[in-house]
Write a protein that binds this ligand. Structure first.
Ligand code: MN
Length: 489
């Protein structure tokens, strides 16, 4: 292991002193936590300032150390990072519970963004912090375990995914899922192990066949199996009505080669050996995923009827798929760090443009400039949309929400009296799906009463509950039979 630099060693000494007498729920001295965060950040290859900020990340909130002290000892940049982490946790503490975790109010949203926008390394420290907290979660009381685990699944694991930190996403999700649904976790884990055992023999043969073919073509390669994460299997099964027959990537092989040409050559070789399944060839090299993930995927059926997914990529793509943004820091450390210091942000990997957008928006907000929120695409949470009231309050709703969902979300008094809706300033109708960034104005009349037909024009349970209540009260509807069940999405 690398010896700590003088600055890092000094940070450890200061943190040790600051946290003296504090203990974690595990019974260990508190300093074990910042030291674990330090180690994680080192493993991710982060720069020295980030590592120091990681060591000090809990001092301002929990000890007598001040930002001023940190600035004096370690400079502006470290203080900036520690401040960002502290702000993030303040913002989080201000959010009531997991369902409204994400910036329900504009204030929290802005705070979160400003913290985000200051420096993306803040998020990376936060992720390291969360990872260690999860690794030691068993020390907390069960209700807290569940809460933190759920929050991890809903916020931190998707965040790791957005940053293309694949290894982290898998570890966070599986650690958390074990607490959220222990029975299901064990069930699926056993299932995966069983599957791996039964597939092991034929997998070995496939590996030999592929190796031989690649050697013949003089392609340098590394071959490795990929173990499917329990949580991703759970999510996939939920999507496919628990039908195991729809899961094609339980067995996957990774082929890592030297360059892009070899990726496509390898794909050809795989297809010449095995029959590819229609519709399952994906070229994420030519068309990377939104988080920058690149690979060729194909699912094939082997001679003995095994279904195997191949993931073919270069070493660089592999590194990036596992470590994501952290890998870019590692490769580009100097350049990136320098640019952050200068306030430049254009050197982020091109596929992480959403971060750039967030940072630019945050910068404008800090300068007190007007921000066109409509243009801001918040892609962190793919199943949610953010829409705005004409006054600029931010309401987050599930994707596919309709104007009545929005209206009931504001207030049942508003929902009950809807007569129309303007979307982005134009008259629209109640069947119109809301989209990311829409400005929604609900028109009401006090003579309006709720209608049963509205049940077809809402998708959120919240709105449905409110509407049903209003319908029962309303004398126009006497029997519940008249009320159709909630439509499945
Ligand atoms: Mn912490």
């Amino acid at each position: 292991m690398k010896k700590d630099s003088e600055r890092v060693a000094k940070a450890v000494t200061i943190a040790r002193k600051a946290h003296e007498g504090q203990f974690r729920k595990t019974g260990e001295p508190y300093i074990t936590h910042p030291l674990a965060v330090k180690k994680i950040l080192e493993e991710w290859g982060m720069d020295e300032d980030t590592i120091i900020a990681g060591i000090l990340h809990d001092t301002v909130e929990d000890t007598r150390l001040t930002l001023g002290d940190i600035k004096k000892e370690f400079g502006e940049s470290v203080a900036f990072l520690v401040d960002g982490v502290t702000k993030l946790s303040t913002a989080r503490n201000g959010m009531r519970d997991i369902d409204s975790y994400l910036p329900e109010t504009k204030d929290n949203f802005l705070r979160l963004m400003i913290a985000l926008g200051d420096d993306i390394r803040v998020l990376i420290i936060k992720l390291a912090d969360r990872l260690h907290n999860l690794r030691t979660l068993s020390a907390l009381p069960p209700d807290k375990q569940k809460k933190i685990a759920k929050e991890t699944l809903e916020v931190f694991a998707p965040l790791a995914d957005r940053l293309n930190m694949g290894l982290l996403r898998v570890e966070l999700a599986d650690l958390a899922f074990k607490y959220v649904d222990p029975r299901r976790y064990e069930e699926l884990k056993t299932l995966i192990e069983k599957h791996n055992k039964s597939a092991a023999k034929s997998l070995k043969r496939i590996e030999e066949e592929i190796s031989e073919a690649l050697k013949k073509e003089k392609i340098h390669f590394e071959l490795s199996g990929r173990v499917k994460s329990v949580y991703s299997l759970h999510k996939k099964l939920a999507k496919h009505n628990q039908n195991m027959g729809e899961i094609y990537d339980l067995t996957a092989l990774r082929v890592i080669v030297d360059d892009i040409t070899d990726c496509y050559l390898t794909l050809g070789i795989v297809h010449s050996l095995y029959k590819p399944m229609g519709g399952r060839i994906k070229d994420y090299i030519a068309m990377p995923k939104q988080n920058g993930y690149q690979s060729l995927h194909t699912t094939v059926i082997t001679k003995d009827k095994h279904i195997v997914e191949f993931q073919i990529r270069t070493h660089e793509m592999h590194e990036y798929a596992e470590r994501g943004l952290a890998a870019s820091f590692y490769y580009n450390e100097q350049k990136l760090t320098e640019n952050y210091k200068k306030g430049k942000i254009e050197h982020l990997p091109t596929n992480l443009l959403w971060i750039t957008e967030l940072q630019m928006t945050a910068a404008k907000l800090r300068e007190g400039k007007k921000v066109d929120l409509k243009k801001l695409k918040l892609n962190l949470f793919a199943d949610k949309i953010f829409v705005y009231t004409p006054k600029g309050d931010i309401i987050d709703l599930p994707k596919g929400s309709l104007p009545l969902d929005f209206a009931y979300r504001l207030h049942s008094e508003i929902g009950d009296h809807v007569v129309g809706v303007k979307i982005n300033g134009k008259m629209s109708n109640l069947n119109k799906k809301l989209e990311q960034g829409d400005v929604v104005e609900i028109l009401t009349s006090k003579n309006q009463t709720p209608k049963t037909s509205w049940l077809d024009r809402i998708i959120t349970p919240h709105a449905r509950t409110k509407l049903l209540r209003a319908l029962r009260i309303s004398s126009a509807y006497e029997t519940e039979k008249a009320i159709p069940p909630l439509k499945k999405k």
